[in-house]
Design a protein around this ligand. Structure first.
Ligand code: GLN
Length: 545
């Protein structure tokens, strides 16, 4: 039988609860337990797929093509295990299922209520993840902050869980903020006391309090929190701001969190093997090399919109003993810029990455300028999904001379639809079925022997995660190849483009899939490893000049 750890948050949102949950997963795994992590998001959306990246950050896509919360990305990176759509529950899904069952007559005439019907649906979904994953320990993060109206059914469900499976099989962890008052230099515990009081008023007594703060907690403060919140003093864990999120597991272990969880969950005491994480922390603290990589996107004002891309770049850095500084460039701002201005903005970058995204005329024109700069100045370039599509448009326009080449996503009437929907998609779109026809989740790709990706992966067949509707138009592939933009990765089942590589350039690659979603700190993605290596060569060259 699985054991369960429930993680709630108090005081404010954006505390890094997801990183805390993910790090706890690491600590348990380092003790030889198998772990899965799920997130319950109290919003009414069915999934994150329809939410603006500027509000909600990136949409993280799993192997099975589910569009999930970005915390699932942290979970996968910290426990190095692929999760599924079932690991992200939302109010929209829960109510959707309950209402659907009610319409089918599945409740035998009873009045359908939040308790027990909605809470049962939530609990069933948690148990289902436990059964299907076969994990020893299931971590469940409750999104939002205690006190939010929409969180209540989820909190009630996890409250009931302890009665259902027993105290020795459950742990409640509450993550709070200890604010620092700059005027007096004091740390304040009051908001934590209030938030725990709120949690207790709905019947949940936390076993462990994880305190996020910018300064270390004194012994006295821990004692005070323990007293007011009714937990053991050693169960008050300090979780200091870290230079890198990958330092958090070792930090929490040193605070004794692993040992307390062993006691709470009645697990045999074991010494964790965190050597891999210590090594990662050491590399982050003492990088041998440095480079700057520009991310040119529409949503750079919220860095979370490109969370996995940024993390994958850092992993690529780890693989090369290097630290990667990210230069965030708003593609809209490049739109009206002259060539000189573009060069000035991008000059510090040793590599340029154009990530995935959707339309916006100004932002597309800005991306095309960045790509042209990278192509002409032989700066390493990595285009991902929309980034690949933009590279195709840029090369079609500048090199093939197809002046109005475009994606039909941005110009449905273009004379040269170099990026387009496939005929079978068009039929579906016309029937109003656009979203269901996205290519989402894992697809196979065959690599061309001798190409950059073939050398990077070291195999001929790979599988990568997708999330897009448009494809590189097969009618233009031959002409693009003649211009040096060669297909080096193909989806064998359909013969569609997965990767294009520009010949005669040190490193210029575009992928239709999202490699960032499969990169892990301990297993950096091969393409990010090689892209950062190319950026480091560029940095060395610039320095040598
Ligand atoms: N909007 C483009 C498409 O649907 C690209 C999507 C993406 O970059 N994820 O094909």
């Amino acid at each position: 039988m699985s054991k369960y750890i429930f993680i709630t948050g108090g005081v404010v949102s954006g505390l890094g609860k997801g990183i805390t949950a993910a790090s706890i997963g690491t600590l348990l795994q380092a003790r030889g337990h198998s772990v899965t992590i799920m997130k319950m998001d109290p919003y009414v959306n069915v999934d994150a797929g329809t939410m603006s990246p500027l509000q909600h950050g990136e949409v993280f896509v799993t192997d099975d093509g589910a569009e999930t919360d970005l915390d699932l990305g942290h979970y996968e990176r910290f426990i190095d295990r692929s999760l599924t759509g079932a690991n992200n529950i939302t109010t929209g899904q829960v109510y959707g299922a309950v209402i659907e069952r009610e319409r089918r007559g599945g409740y035998d005439g009873s009045t359908v209520q939040v308790i027990p019907h909605v809470t049962n649906e939530i609990k069933d979904r948690i148990r289902k993840v436990a059964t299907e994953s076969q994990a020893d320990i299931v971590l469940v993060e409750v999104g939002g902050t205690v006190g939010d109206i929409e969180s209540l059914p989820f909190l009630e469900a996890i409250r009931q869980f302890r009665t259902d499976v027993g105290a020795q099989n459950t742990a409640y962890i509450h993550v709070t903020l200890i604010p620092h008052l700059p005027m007096t230099g004091e740390l304040k515990t009051k908001p934590t006391q209030h938030s725990v009081a709120e949690l207790r008023s709905i019947g949940i007594q936390p076993d462990i309090i994880v305190c996020r703060s910018g300064y270390p907690l004194s012994d006295d403060m821990k004692e005070k929190i323990a007293l007011f919140c009714n937990v053991e003093k050693r169960a008050v864990i300090s979780n200091l701001d870290a230079k890198s999120i990958y330092e958090v597991p070792v930090m929490l272990e040193n605070e004794g969190l692993g040992k307390i969880l062993e006691k709470q969950l009645n697990l045999p005491p074991r010494e964790p093997d965190l050597s891999e994480w210590e090594e990662i922390a050491r590399k982050i603290a003492h990088p041998k090399h440095r480079c700057t990589i520009a991310i040119v996107g529409k949503y750079v004002s919220l860095h979370d919109a490109y969370k996995s891309v940024a993390e994958a770049l850092h992993h690529g850095g780890l693989a090369n003993d290097a630290s990667v500084d990210i230069l965030w460039v708003d593609s809209d701002k490049l739109c009206g810029a002259s060539r000189e201005q573009v060069a000035e903005i991008l000059e510090p970058a040793h590599g340029i990455l154009v990530p995935g995204g959707a339309g916006g005329k100004g932002s597309i024109e800005g991306k095309l300028k960045a790509i042209r700069y990278a192509r002409e100045n032989k700066v390493p370039f990595f285009g991902i999904c929309l980034g690949l599509q933009c590279a195709v448009i840029e090369i079609a326009r500048s090199v093939l001379g197809l002046e109005d080449a475009n994606s039909t996503e941005f110009d449905p009437d273009t004379a040269h639809p170099v990026v387009d929907l496939m005929p079978e998609q068009k039929a579906r779109e016309n029937a109003g079925d656009a979203r269901t026809w996205m290519r989402r989740g894992l697809y196979e790709c065959r690599l061309k022997p001798g190409s950059i990706p073939w050398k990077a992966y070291g195999v001929e067949y790979i599988e990568e995660r997708h999330r897009h509707r448009f494809e590189i138009n097969p009618m233009y592939v031959q002409r693009l190849a003649q211009a040096g933009f060669e297909p080096v990765g193909i989806w064998p089942a359909r013969g569609l483009i997965e990767i294009l590589e520009l010949q005669g350039h040190p490193w210029f690659l575009g992928t239709q899939f999202h490699p960032e979603l499969l990169s892990r700190p301990n297993r950096p993605h091969p393409l990010f490893r090689e892209f950062v290596a190319a950026a480091l060569r560029q940095a060395a060259e610039v320095q040598g000049q």
